[in-house]
Ligand binder design. Structure first.
Ligand SMILES: C[S@@+](CC[C@H](N)C(=O)[O-])C[C@H]1O[C@@H](n2cnc3c(N)ncnc32)[C@H](O)[C@@H]1O
Length: 355
């Protein structure tokens, strides 16, 4: 039953499609539902009555819990207002781990405090035995001078060379602001946010299910991290965009045998347990106290896959009439450094126009 849905985005109402997914069958469920904020979706009315919206949410949250494996995790993304109701419901059916505050300005809600974070509720199916990994992100530095933001005084020698453990407040991931970097979708998530959740709770080959797939952010993150995915989405147009991006995606977000999250020219999330092996691929300041002004760097930037954060959107490729602009990269080169060889993979050898 599950195979039919694996590694694709299926069009339809998630509540209908969930019926086909067996109990305890996927490793992680993640939902980024419509927020009921009158957003301009192509095929969905984002303005239900208060109680109607909550009743609907409880239905798909129940399904998420049902299909998640006993070792698995459940994530729900929304504005804090709705998450307070979700939490009350989830507390009865799963086990609270964290409220992740993702630092990003949100729509003003009236004349009080300016909302500055979205929340991601993190629950596990069972109280014990869940698959959860500690993560690390790079030390924060002053952009111009390159110095560490925080003053560690005489303790710099004790710092982890890569960076601190990830906490439940994420200030290093930003909303996609620039239109050139986003799909024609009103609320596409930054993909390295999904990378982080996936690294936090899964291993290679695990299955991640997203019932509100949008333009496929979860699916692309899962694929590039060597995971499997199941996506549901009402809107055909968003599925086409997702497929277009998935065709440009390879399971190449790794250094050696370690899956990592890249963003721009850097690695932005690693599993703590991978550092002993990963460290051989970095130049580490010596003595370590020089970390104050010397960044830990990948020894070879060629290990960073080329299509790290930007996909030519299907719509844009269709609108792009200039002959030079219709052809994106002829091939994408990435270094399969686990076998220490360079591989050329032909991802987009034909013009990037609509299929
Ligand atoms: C907040 S967006 C998700 C965005 C996604 N995380 C991304 O990064 O692209 C919610 C999506 O849910 C879809 N949707 C709304 N109701 C649905 C339903 N009943 N079943 C499946 N998809 C639905 C909408 O079309 C919309 O694309």
């Amino acid at each position: 039953m599950l195979d039919k849905y694996l590694n694709k985005i299926t069009q339809g109402d998630c509540l209908e499609l969930f019926k086909d997914i067996p109990d305890n069958s996927v490793d992680v469920t993640f939902a980024d539902p419509p927020f009921n904020l009158k957003k301009n979706y192509s095929s969905y009315k984002d303005s239900l009555e208060f109680q109607e919206y909550l009743d609907w949410c409880e239905k798909w949250i129940s399904e998420m819990v049902r299909v998640t494996k006993p070792t698995g995790s459940i994530f729900v993304h929304n504005i804090p207002k709705w998450l307070t109701y979700y939490a009350t419901f989830l507390n009865k059916h799963a086990h609270f781990k964290h409220w992740i505050a993702w630092d990003a300005p949100t729509a003003p809600m009236g004349k009080s405090l300016q909302p500055a974070h979205y929340g991601i509720l993190f629950y596990t199916k069972e109280p014990k035995g869940s698959k959860i990994y500690e993560l690390r992100y790079p030390h924060k530095r002053d952009r111009k001078q390159g110095y560490l933001w925080k003053d560690y005084g005489g303790k710099k020698d004790l710092l982890h060379p890569f960076g601190p453990l990830v906490s439940d407040v994420w200030t290093d991931i930003h909303r996609i602001k620039h239109n050139s970097k986003r799909d024609p979708h009103p609320c596409q998530l930054p993909i390295h946010l999904m990378d982080r959740l996936i690294l936090l709770t899964t291993d290679e080959g695990d299955i991640v299910l997203d019932p509100f797939s949008g333009t496929g952010t979860t699916a692309v993150a899962a694929k590039r991290l060597g995971r499997q995915f199941i996506g549901f989405e009402l809107d055909k147009k968003y599925i086409e965009i997702s497929e277009h991006k998935l065709n440009q995606t390879l399971p190449n977000f790794r250094i050696g045998n370690n899956w990592v999250s890249f963003y721009l020219n850097d690695i932005v999330t690693i599993k703590d347990k991978d550092w002993p092996d990963l460290s051989q691929y970095f130049s580490i300041p010596n003595p370590l106290r020089n970390i104050d002004f010397e960044k830990v760097e990948l020894l070879d930037k060629k290990w960073i896959p080329e299509n790290v954060y930007f996909f030519e959107s299907k719509e844009k490729s269709m609108n792009n009439v200039s002959p030079t602009a219709t052809t994106i990269k002829e091939s994408t080169k990435y270094k399969d450094n686990s076998e220490n060889k360079s591989t050329h993979i032909d991802i987009l050898s034909k013009p990037a126009i609509a299929k």
